[in-house]
Design a protein around this ligand. Sequence first.
Ligand SMILES: [Zn+2]
Length: 402
Amino acid sequence: MKYRDLQIQTQREAPNNARTEGFSFLVRAGYLTRENLPTKLGELSLDHLRNIGDKALSALSVIGNEKETFFPIASGDLDIAHCPSCKYTERLELARFQKTTMSQEELSPIEKISTPDCNTIEALANLLNIPKEKTAKALMYTRLSDGKFIFIVVRGDMQASEAKLKAQVGDIRTATAEEIVNVGAAAGYASAIGLKEALIVVDDLIPTSQNLVAGANEAGYHLKNTNYGRDYPAEVVADVVQAKEGDACIQCGNPLSVLSAVILKGEARVPARVMLRPYEENILLALAESHHDEKGLTLPHPAAPFDVYLMHVPGKELDTRAQAEEIYGELQNAGVSVLFDDRDERAGVKFNDADLIGCPIRVTVGEKGLKEGMVELKPRKVKENQLAKVDEIVEKIKSNLN
Ligand SMILES: [Zn+2]
């Protein structure tokens, strides 16, 4: 491809909305607009990444599991639980972890207590001066498929995971005030005790947590010493809570980290219009984040959209551009992908753009070298130029790429 055909627009300054250096260089090098939309060069790079598939991932330090591959990045749109010790990795909302059971107690009799203005776990724990672990938290949903009321109980110090709940009961929505009243519950003061027509789901910690404080299904009142089994049954006992930073890894017990990440590969091919950003766009961002220096991108072969940045420095006596055109044709015939900077610009401008765009090898056709039958060859990550004979350039480049 030729520089002018791609209408590449490089920029001197980093965009002020750049959240990462990788994004900043993708904009400055003309792959993306400031609005994060691919340009012609960007589209071509995304097509290239689609074509080479998993090969692009080998140039990245990724984390993942057998279903999904992620790249940790501060601006990522997903929360991931990751164990630095054994590499267990899962979307945070689905991550499993080792739960700590409270010390076991004898079951005490239920006792109704007045708890005015205590419709949160925090307020309740404060009023009774007990840890949140000694309370039961209730969440209420309605199942989409059949309108069944779903009542979920988790320990008060835990956060319910809707993703895990959906895996147990199917798609759900938050229950309406009317639906809550109909099953005999009271919002803010709900418990699973004495409900009509509800499917009860309890987190697997609940059967081993005794004497919890739960709602009395009456505004302003709670029940002390509620116990799963003795006081209420459940159709489902399963892990339905979300892991958090520092929780014990399910595989090895070491503390989990919570990271922001983007997804690079998934089990099911999600249509681009459904996904916020297609996989290739995330891969391009991850490549830029992982492969740049202070001057621009340093994309590796084969992930780079072009292996060679070919340019000529306009001469006074020799037609350097014609020679560059010839090399362009030869490289293309040899199957090497080339971006030919065919502009009659100053060398400095072109060198800057070559550094920004970040092809693995730059080839410069200049008058001085050409008089000796030589061109300049510079791998992007190396400081020094090499000289190569014009008629050996194709071989030289091929050996540099391997
Ligand atoms: Zn682990």
